[in-house]
Design a protein around this ligand. Structure first.
Ligand SMILES: *Cc1c(COP(=O)(O)O)cnc(C)c1O
Length: 371
């Protein structure tokens, strides 16, 4: 709850008494590295992904990286990725030595457009990486159909979409692998952390090897691996947050419903939800027509936290743009460019009080009036 002029933050990570107690319990136990808490967290998280195998790692980026490695994606392969995402999505592809092929998004969901995926296929396409951006599930039914017809691996970037679903199937339970982040601002956190879900027991085994130097038995290294382990301290915090996630998710959905019902400014377009989609509102993202910078400044003046995710599409970031320029390669991504120019995310987190929601609505609706 905030008073009338206090800033309503765009996100409010929770580190409550239960999280602190869980961390202290593990610290006092002296068993702090990957152990029983990680195993229990994996078990409890798997309920969110239809009972698939879950492998905990130290970040969402590591989850993406290891998922691609475990699926055998590497040099010579192309992976189709939306440019309208956090750079981690594409970075993971480059980290395994594969090539990123950018495809455009749908105007309504901000997620990968299946028609654009189909158009981006080449003989080298090995995988597609739909991102469930802002907590809205990508069009997985159509993307899985394309992948099935062309023999592609599917790595779901569900780093913003814990407990989102499409036609009743949770994200992370569609693809060859699903990946989640537990960074503090995500819908649930573990300070830092990540999770990979997969239906394939062998892929899960390889993921466990890759996160721990390629070892199942100590010093009996089977493959080349890294150290991307989650600590038991992080896992204990993640377990507390996992238990709170259902109530938090309902609160995010209710907050979003309130905002969508009450925002009436003619120059602001509220988020759309696809048929059968359960949007979990990691972000509540509107489109603003006209001068976005001025609109954001007015929101900030009114004490309403706001941010653009993401102002620069990945294909325009230096590590992607420069090599493409050199190779004379250009991307035609009109919906990506338009979204990057128009979007603004507003507070929707479960810590908002009714009064905060009213303040957000009145500040946004004031954008529709002459100043
Ligand atoms: C947060 C995020 C990641 C990376 O997760 P980290 O835990 O920060 O490494 C990847 N993809 C998307 C879409 C994200 O939002």
């Amino acid at each position: 709850m905030t008073d009338a002029h206090e800033l309503i933050p765009a996100a409010r990570p929770v580190i409550g008494e239960e999280e602190i107690e869980a961390a202290v319990r593990v610290l006092r136990s002296g068993r702090v590295v990957q152990g029983p808490e990680v195993a229990a967290f994996e078990e409890e998280f798997s309920e969110l992904v239809g009972g698939r195998h879950c492998v905990a790692v130290n970040s969402g980026t590591s989850a993406l990286h290891l998922a691609l490695l475990a699926l055998g994606i590497g040099p010579g392969d192309e992976v189709i990725v939306p440019s309208f995402s956090f750079a981690a999505s594409a970075n993971a592809v480059r980290l395994v030595g594969a090539d990123v092929v950018f495809a455009d998004i749908e105007a309504d969901s901000f997620c990968l457009d299946p028609a654009a995926v189909e158009a981006a296929l080449t003989p080298r396409t090995a995988a597609v990486m739909p991102v469930h951006l802002y907590g809205h599930p990508a069009a997985m039914d159509r993307i899985m159909d394309i992948a099935g017809r062309h023999g592609l691996a599917v790595v779901e970037d569900a780093c913003q979409a814990h407990a989102a679903a499409l036609h009743g199937t949770p994200v992370g339970a569609f693809g060859s692998a699903g990946t989640f982040s537990f960074y503090p601002t995500k819908n649930m956190h573990a300070l830092e952390g990540g999770m990979v879900s997969t239906e394939d027991a062998e892929v899960a085994r390889v993921l466990r090897l890759l996160r721990n130097q390629g070892m199942e038995q100590r010093y009996a290294n089977e493959i080349v691996g890294a150290n991307m382990r989650m600590t038991d301290v992080a896992a204990a915090i993640g377990r507390v947050q996992r238990a709170k996630l259902p109530a938090w998710t309902e609160q995010r959905i209710a907050n979003a419903a309130y905002l969508t019902e009450h925002i009436t400014a003619p120059n602001v377009v509220t988020p759309k939800v696809a048929d059968g989609a359960r949007h979990v509102y990691h972000q509540y993202t509107v489109r603003v027509s006209g001068d976005r910078d001025a609109a954001m400044a007015r929101l900030s003046e009114a004490g309403i936290g706001n941010a653009v995710y993401y102002p620069t599409p990945i294909h325009r970031l230096k590590p992607y743009w420069e090599p493409d320029q050199k190779a004379g390669r250009t991307w035609d991504l009109p919906e990506t460019e338009r979204a990057a120019a128009e979007v603004v995310s507003l507070p929707v987190h479960p810590g908002l009080a009714p009064r905060d929601l009213e303040r957000i609505v009145s500040a946004v609706n004031a954008l529709g009036e002459q100043k």
